[in-house]
Design a protein around this ligand. Structure first.
Ligand code: ZN
Length: 329
């Protein structure tokens, strides 16, 4: 099979579909691509009004055209065999995307049962200088994750400002996209790390039930605020599906005063920058403010309705493909 030739046919069909908006594979039979594959391209390029041009081209092989034979996936219409070098406990192959170099195999993995856990770790997502601070009250250990994100944000924010002033709006948009991609990658890594920690400690994960609005900050319409809120929800979605795939329970807690209360004694304390000081004379506990918040989150009782619940913010999730239906391996 000559994949480059098939991809070139696919591109011609995509361009044709953009021009004519046809949805019938008969109209594109002339290009010589198997109709099962042509249909996928038509679906994408004829129906989506926002698509104005053909970008990078992939062939999408639908589920019906894929057969599993031993340790191989067979795509008969392309005469293609793919060795399975990934986990094999999937129930279904949803689709395979092919480009010149890679095959992207999307599979459905059976959901494991949620584990019984003896401990909970708390994740503070309003940390100063980090994307998240994780605290394990059982061991007293604290993990500060995603310090880099702030530097990246500052850097890109400054570049955007310069471009904006110069009126280079297309470049501003490109920089926004680049930053979003980097943040997404960071969120993937951080959520994986948090789920790894939970698994190692045989713990569940507790988060504050928040609406994505940063404490002590007014909601604003500017891009920085939007990005922050979007990133915040994205981390939550990544955590949800990664925890779910490994059977780790995830629960929400009441967010009130998680940064004002002292985690060992419950009294009110003061926060000065990164430092938390308990005001109770018997306690006088001093801690890193975000770690203290993390401990509080871990120790709070879960909100009853929250265990196992999939909390999805519609506005933020709209049109997003971040939460995979299966997992792309
Ligand atoms: Zn105290």
């Amino acid at each position: 099979m000559n994949l480059a030739a098939e991809l070139s046919k696919a591109r011609q069909i995509a361009e044709f579909a953009l021009r004519t908006k046809t949805q019938s594979s008969k109209d594109v039979a002339q290009f010589g691509l198997k109709s099962a594959l042509a249909n996928q391209i038509l679906r994408k390029y004829s129906r989506n009004k926002k698509l104005k041009r053909v970008g990078s081209m992939k062939l999408t092989v639908p589920s019906q055209s894929i057969k599993r034979e031993g340790n191989e996936l067979r795509v008969a219409c392309l005469g293609l065999s793919l060795p399975m070098t990934f986990r094999k406990d999937f129930t279904k192959v949803n689709q395979i995307e092919l480009d010149k170099e890679f095959a992207y195999v999307a599979v459905t993995i059976p959901e494991p049962e949620t584990k019984e856990v003896s401990n909970w770790i708390g994740v503070d997502r309003n940390a100063t200088g980090h994307v998240a601070v994780v605290a394990n009250p059982k061991s007293g250990k604290v993990w500060k994750l995603g310090k880099l994100a702030q530097h990246i944000h500052k850097k890109y924010s400054a570049i955007r400002k310069v471009l904006q002033r110069a009126g280079k709006y297309r470049k501003v948009k490109a920089i926004r996209n680049r930053e979003s991609k980097i943040i997404r990658d960071i969120n993937h890594k951080i959520s994986k790390k948090i789920v790894d920690i939970a698994e190692r400690m045989n713990s569940g994960i507790k988060l504050e039930k928040l609406n994505g609005i940063r404490r002590n900050r007014h909601h604003s319409r500017n891009f920085n605020a939007t990005l922050h809120s979007w990133s915040f929800h994205q981390l939550e979605r990544f955590l949800q599906y990664k925890a779910k795939m490994r059977g780790i329970p995830l629960a929400y807690v009441e967010p009130r005063n998680t940064s004002q209360e002292c985690s060992p004694c419950g009294s009110v304390g003061t926060r000065e920058g990164k430092k938390f000081v308990c005001e109770s004379n018997e306690c006088k506990h001093v801690d890193h403010a975000d770690a203290n918040a993390g401990f509080n989150i871990a120790l709070r009782p879960p909100l009853v309705e929250s265990i196992g619940q999939l909390h999805a913010d519609r506005d933020v999730c709209k049109g997003s493909s971040d939460t995979p239906k299966g997992a792309t391996l």
